[in-house]
Design a protein around this ligand. Structure first.
Ligand code: PXG
Length: 285
């Protein structure tokens, strides 16, 4: 539980942490954010998350009033104030308070918000036995419309896919890009293993360039596993030997069924489990 929440230079008790309803983040989803983990008292890949936050901000022409170093300090100080040793950080930058109407020039100053809390992982059973997912009918946003590389506060594209998953009785959904190739899931990146090669869509396929994704690629390479970033079709997923998802919240979670088709032998695969174990080791370091 977060005791205090950082807003624009001050720490507020949770009940008093409020933002103006005329902030364009409320009115239009005009803002960017990061979801970050804390393991053993250390913020995992903080510099990388803050770098991505600044790239997201750049992507929506939002100029941040502070340096990346200062942003990192805000995160560590909020964690310290809340005595977070294992948990979750939500870092948000809003366009700021403005008038009604889209024009962001009416917004004086962006607000920086940092919330800490606990994170709900998937149930342990999913990590041991794997999960079933579906392919969503909602395509991922076209990169020239709103590039999925931008982690914006408007997640409705993903939420529509998530709702479809929930209605189908599964926790996640694969989203295809505008060309019909696999991009990612609503809140996770996707990997498959075929004939010993680890494959995941390239960032240009319209994905969030996941921090966990990057770590898994590095861990695989260190294990001598070949990594490719090809165009993947739904059939490539159906015919994979193994499949798993990665994300800050999910970490590494095996997938054993997609659209009711069994993946591999219907059990979490050996390379998936090796990478899952390696990731758990990594976050302890
Ligand atoms: N794709 C999308 C669309 C995401 O939102 C990922 C991939 C994985 O990226 P990282 O950098 O986390 O490996 C995400 C991340 C939440 C929550 O509160 C969602 C994410 C991360 C943390 C928390 O639902 N998604």
């Amino acid at each position: 539980m977060s005791e205090v929440i950082y807003i624009d230079g001050k720490l507020f008790p949770t009940a008093e942490a409020k933002i103006n309803v005329l902030d364009h983040c409320v009115l239009y989803g005009d803002g960017v954010f990061e979801g970050i983990r804390v393991y053993g008292g250390r913020v995992f890949r903080l510099a990388e998350h803050v770098q991505r936050l600044y790239e997201s901000a750049e992507g929506i022409w939002l100029k941040l009033p502070i340096s990346q170093e200062e942003m990192c300090k805000i995160v560590t100080q909020t964690c310290e104030a809340n005595k977070i040793t294992d948990g979750y950080v939500r870092l948000i930058v809003t366009r700021g308070v403005g008038a009604l109407g889209l024009d962001p020039r009416k917004c004086k100053e962006p607000s920086v918000i940092c919330i800490t809390g606990s994170i709900e992982l998937y149930p342990e059973e999913f990590y041991q036995n794997g999960l079933g997912i579906i392919t969503s009918k909602v395509p991922r946003t076209h990169p020239k419309s709103l590039n999925p590389l931008i982690k914006s506060c408007n997640y409705l594209n993903n939420i529509l896919a998530k709702i479809e998953a929930i209605q189908a009785g599964v926790p996640e959904a694969i989203m295809l890009n505008h060309q019909g190739y696999v991009s990612e899931c609503s809140g996770d990146n996707i990997f498959i293993i075929k004939d010993g090669v680890l494959k995941t869509p390239h960032p240009s396929a319209g994905i969030l360039n996941g921090i966990t994704r990057a770590e898994i690629i590095k861990l695989a390479q260190a294990e001598g596993i070949a990594v490719q970033e090809p165009e993947l079709t739904p059939e490539d997923i159906y015919n994979a030997d193994e499949c798993f998802l990665t994300g800050t919240a999910a970490e590494v979670v095996p997938v054993i069924k997609v659209d009711e088709r069994r993946i591999g032998n219907g059990k979490p695969g050996p390379i998936t489990m090796k990478l899952l174990t390696a990731f758990h080791e990594l976050v302890k370091q």
